[in-house]
Design a protein around this ligand. Structure first.
Ligand code: FAD
Length: 436
């Protein structure tokens, strides 16, 4: 028996690709989807912050499109950066046109200085994220976007972070693109997601739900509380009490430190390794106002510290069915340390004030809905301890028949597409082992 823990995209995809083999899938919540979920309040649909589909893997794109035939719409990305009182297109580094001339000059000169060959020997270690920003993009882009934005997002000094994750998320432009972007010449789409797909209606939760007809033996309200890895027994708690599942292999998609904490017979050095893993949480503040067409954009990045949020988005621009006629909905994302908490009222007030300062809301706007969700595990921190800890933990767990996958199972920054791909890959590995 294969036991799958967690019915987010990674767990559902594993179950889908294990069809025909004996498996059970157990989920703590009373619905599927994990982070890829949506909810409705007072006639407005919100994701647990906007979740947009962008594909790099043709097989996963084909799978998602087959699960949601005619239910996805393609959008040309309208994402912007708001700074110095001006909107510039994302990514900042190739779109500085429109900023004050002295800012554009600093960004250009800084970028040009990164192009001269360095006289110092190549670094032995991966540079810190801060060093990477300055060496790849220059002092100006660092000062006016990359450093303040990322400090707000990650909530730690950027020299504590490594740069081994940035390559696909932060595109390194060439000089022609940087100069064209400073002059306002637009001759190509840039970035990892110049277009995206999104469900025509229902929010992103229609994606995990589309797996359900092909998934069996799914139990909700079943929280993994303990694993004896030696005896291959896992204990789940639900409203009815506790039950034990025996397994040959276990696929876990829950956060790696949570998994390790539940494995009661792991050696102490393994527990210590899990203790070094760090992450940042995100408050997802969802608002709606009685005014139409608040913005024509999909989402906006806010690097400046005077705005408490690092990003705001407009769900009704992904799909007009996400809200009530005559109204607009929006969300803002505010990072916080997992141990720091703010009241819902304070977060709504901070969000509202920031949006007024940015000119997105007006004083007279009536909030017709407000709500806050706390995404406790949102972004894992890539620091100098992470890589070794994850590698050793994943290998030790595999020796004990446990496969830790998914965004938080592998403790990484990956997308919905990656979670689906990882579920597929682990299912294929187990199929091959069973056939051997
Ligand atoms: C703010 C934010 C914005 C994002 N935006 C995008 C985007 O626009 N596009 C994109 O592609 N990706 C986006 N992502 C990433 C995307 O959400 C994830 O890659 C994907 O949803 C991860 O799926 P998963 O199955 O690996 O993990 P999860 O969704 O975390 O699933 C894990 C499941 O395990 C369950 N679980 C946890 N503990 C237990 C337990 N003890 N017992 C039983 N079950 C348990 C959970 O309830 C959950 O259902 C975003 C992520 C964040 C944080």
């Amino acid at each position: 028996m294969i036991v799958i823990v967690g019915a987010g995209l990674a767990g559902l995809s594993a179950a889908y690709h294990l069809r025909g083999m004996p498996y059970k899938i157990l989920e703590r919540e009373r619905e599927v989807g994990g982070l890829c979920r949506s909810y409705v309040k007072d006639g407005f649909t919100f994701d647990y912050t906007g979740h947009l589909l962008h594909f790099r893997q043709t097989a996963i794109k084909a799978l998602v499109e087959s699960l949601l035939p005619d239910r996805l719409q393609r959008h040309a990305r309208k994402s912007y950066v708001y700074s110095h009182g001006t909107y510039t297109e994302y990514p900042f580094q190739v779109n500085t046109y429109g900023l004050p001339p002295e800012v554009v000059r600093e960004c250009l000169l800084g970028f040009i200085s990164t192009l001269s060959p360095s006289s110092s020997p190549p670094p032995v270690e991966t540079p810190s994220f801060k060093q990477w920003i300055i060496e790849s993009l220059g002092e100006g882009i660092a000062k006016h976007f990359m450093v303040p934005f990322n400090e707000k997002l990650w909530q730690v000094p950027l020299d504590e972070l490594t740069s081994d994750w940035v390559s696909w998320l932060v595109p390194k432009p060439d000089i022609k693109d940087v100069v064209s972007g400073a002059l306002g010449i637009k001759d190509k789409a840039f970035g990892y997601n110049p277009s995206f797909q999104y469900p025509v209606s229902g929010g992103i939760k229609v994606l995990p739900e589309a797996f359900l007809p092909s998934v069996e033996n799914l139990a909700y309200d079943s929280e993994l509380v303990e694993i004896e890895t030696g005896r291959r027994r896992a204990v789940f708690r639900s409203a009815e009490g506790e039950r034990t599942e025996e397994y040959e292999r276990l696929i876990s998609t829950i956060p790696l430190p949570e998994l390790v904490r539940r494995c009661v017979d792991l050696p102490a050095p393994m527990r210590d390794l899990a203790g070094v893993l760090r992450w940042v949480s995100v408050y997802n503040v969802n608002l709606a106002v009685a005014r139409e067409h608040l913005s024509d954009k999909h989402w906006i990045y806010f690097p400046e510290h005077r705005y408490p949020f690092y990003r705001a988005g407009f769900p009704m621009n992904f799909s007009p069915t996400m809200g009530r006629p005559g109204c607009s909905s929006l969300y803002v994302e505010i990072s916080h340390q997992p141990t720091q908490h703010q009241s819902e009222a304070a977060l709504i007030e901070r969000g509202r004030r920031g949006l007024e300062e940015a000119g997105l809301l007006q004083r007279a706007d009536e909030l017709v809905m407000s709500d806050v969700k706390d995404l406790y595990y949102a972004y894992v921190l890539f620091d100098r301890y992470r890589s070794r800890a994850v590698k050793e933990l994943v290998a030790e767990l595999e020796r004990r028949g446990i496969f830790s996958v998914g965004r938080y199972g592998l403790w990484e920054h990956t997308s919905m597409e990656d979670a689906i791909a990882q579920g597929q890959q682990v299912a294929m590995r187990l199929r091959m082992r069973a056939a051997a």
